[in-house]
Ligand binder design. Sequence first.
Ligand code: NAD
Length: 355
Amino acid sequence: MHEFIFNGQPSRVVFGVGALKHLPREIEALGATRALILSTPEQAKQAQAIADMLGNRAAGIFPRAVMHVPIETAREAREVARELGADCAVAVGGGSTTGLGKAIALDSGLPILAIPTTYAGSEMTPIFGITEAGMKKTGRDPRVLPRTVIYDPELSVTLPVGMSVTSGLNAIAHAAEGLYAQDRNPVMDLMAEEGIAAIARAIPAIQKDAHDMEARSDALYGAWLCGAVLGNVGMALHHKLCHTLGGSFNLPHAEVHTVVLPQAMAFNEKAAPEAMKRIARALNTQSAAQGLFDLAARNGAPVALRDIGMKEEDLDKAADIAVANPYWNPRPFGREQRGEIRDLLQRAFEGVRPD
Ligand code: NAD
């Protein structure tokens, strides 16, 4: 066994169909009396319902979270939290809403209680991102890790099937890269494999019936495990490419992950055979890269960058950005490998099934 360091991250997870009913108890356990509820405009009704449920423990709602946490929104939310004398932030929604909670916590140290309704996994990480002047800056700070996470599969039933599939693959991406991370450890390996298997099981079932509560539970369980992997070990080529494509070309987050993942796995296949074996085993296939491609394609998710808004003339620039400041990866991808990364992007652009 290789050497490792395992650092348990302190967060309390409350999981179950109907678990939202425990929210008042969990707010009390945090010692909070004035919760500020955060959501996107699309989920404002859900935020209001949560405020109603909390009664006088709710200080107000801020239903203006948007993708990538613009600094202006973060400042506005911080101001509202101060004005209302909030002593806790409740983030109900996906990564964008949790991200806004993190921006508040970074500034004020307010504890976050997250109620995730997608599978992105941000609620399990101390990673924050804030966009200023068109540039998304990310960092790690233990203050932004939500103290409590309530996973209630009932709340994810309204996530449209298409988004459920891509969000599930977004989660799988964290686990897949965690399995070959430089700082991986046996606990995260277990969580990663189990997380991939749970989501791979859930995706076709949700595709068949969006209200299948067993499948919604599997997906959210997988999202928790995969999110924990993201929060605990380093990410590599796949996440670098997705940050490049999402950040510089404004492509949609979960869809980019879905399209790039099989190609990134094909690139790393020979350099990380043990990880590939575990991913394939979790997917119940022979090949990790092909299995991920097929999981997306068979369930109606995009497999080509050209179908999610990428322009072919931007592929050169994307390759340049990706190799300029590479992350550690089992197969290096610096400037010398620019041609190979450009080829990978071409295959992702066209949606070619890995060999
Ligand atoms: P999102 O939070 O942007 O949500 C997309 C849309 O779906 C929003 O309009 C939202 O209101 C809606 N939605 C969410 N759940 C719903 C539900 N159950 N029913 C109906 N509508 C619902 O999408 P996301 O993919 O969860 O998050 C993406 C963002 O999170 C990106 O900015 C990404 O960078 C960030 N992220 C950060 C981390 C981290 O660790 N910091 C991890 C993963 C993702």
